[in-house]
Write a protein that binds this ligand. Structure first.
Ligand SMILES: O=P(O)(O)OC[C@@H](O)[C@@H](O)c1c[nH]c2ccccc12
Length: 262
């Protein structure tokens, strides 16, 4: 069993348990459930957007410690001041050390569009995302069938959330294209082997129709890479470790965006 299969197996158990404990009717009564969401796709399309989607990530299966010592609010404020287009918040606890409460804290601290970074396999997790203040959900093509992608993305759209669909190869891309997606993310990291190559974004770019906002994810650690990926049509750049592994992720992001604009 590869790591992705293990994560999904554990996620199924976690979600089934949570569904027993929390009725949907309760989530729908959370104060944040009614709010108007903030579109990341629209933000990325604006001229002059930095395109940076900065991630909060304490640890990962490929790197046991990234940053465990900062408060998520502090990181969020630093990112917002730096001029990022949006923020991604990992909510998986077992493998990434995150939680839905992290989304709630970020929502209370900044106005940025917030992506709930999670292994979504059930509509319940999309209701949670809305209830805790997220604006965008991630769907990962490697763990979902076409019909699951369709029903989950339609659920998200009905709630006013943006959908970022993540692919890693051509087969995943071809099986996933449908109008209920807003952004197409190409993960440069193979979630089964952890190998990273920006060539994945370069080679898949021309197969992504222009009606989707293109996002390149993972392994981005320099400004030149972004300039290069822009020439392939990418408008969003998901950056985690390069910022989070420093003592001051907001400062790192600020320097990065300044270099991008100079
Ligand atoms: O830390 P990096 O290499 O900059 O990567 C960030 C982000 O792309 C990565 O965390 C990620 C992309 N897709 C995911 C799916 C699940 C968990 C994590 C991810």
């Amino acid at each position: 069993m590869n790591i992705l299969e293990r994560i999904v197996r554990d996620k199924r158990k976690e979600v089934d348990l949570k569904k027993e404990l929390t009725p949907v009717s309760l989530l729908e009564r959370f104060p944040l459930f009614e709010r108007k969401t903030n579109s990341l796709a629209e933000k990325l399309k604006q001229v002059g957007s930095s395109g940076i989607i900065a991630e909060h990530k304490r640890r990962s299966p490929s790197r046991s410690v990234i940053n465990q010592s900062l408060s998520v609010q502090e990181v969020a404020l630093g990112y917002q001041n730096a001029g990022v287009a949006g923020m991604s918040v990992l909510t998986d606890l077992k493998y990434f050390g995150g939680s839905l409460e992290d989304v709630l804290s970020v929502r209370a601290s900044v106005q940025l569009p917030i992506l709930r970074k999670e292994f979504i396999i059930d509509p319940f997790q999309i209701l949670e995302a809305k209830a805790y203040g997220a604006d965008v959900i991630l769907l990962i093509a490697a763990i979902l069938s076409r019909s699951e992608i369709k029903s989950l993305s339609e659920t998200a759209k009905d709630l006013g959330l943006d959908v970022l669909l993540e692919v890693h190869n051509e087969a995943e891309l071809q099986k996933s294209l449908m109008p209920s997606l807003d952004m197409l993310g190409v993960n440069n990291r193979d979630l089964k082997t952890f190998e990273v190559s920006l060539d994945t974004s370069r080679s898949l770019s021309e197969q992504i129709p222009d009606d989707f906002v293109k996002v390149s994810e993972s392994g981005i650690s320099n400004v030149d890479a972004i300039q290069d990926l822009r020439s392939y049509g990418y408008k969003g750049f998901l950056v985690g470790e390069h910022f989070m592994k420093t003592e001051n992720p907001g400062k790192k992001a600020s320097e990065f965006i300044k270099a991008l604009n100079s």
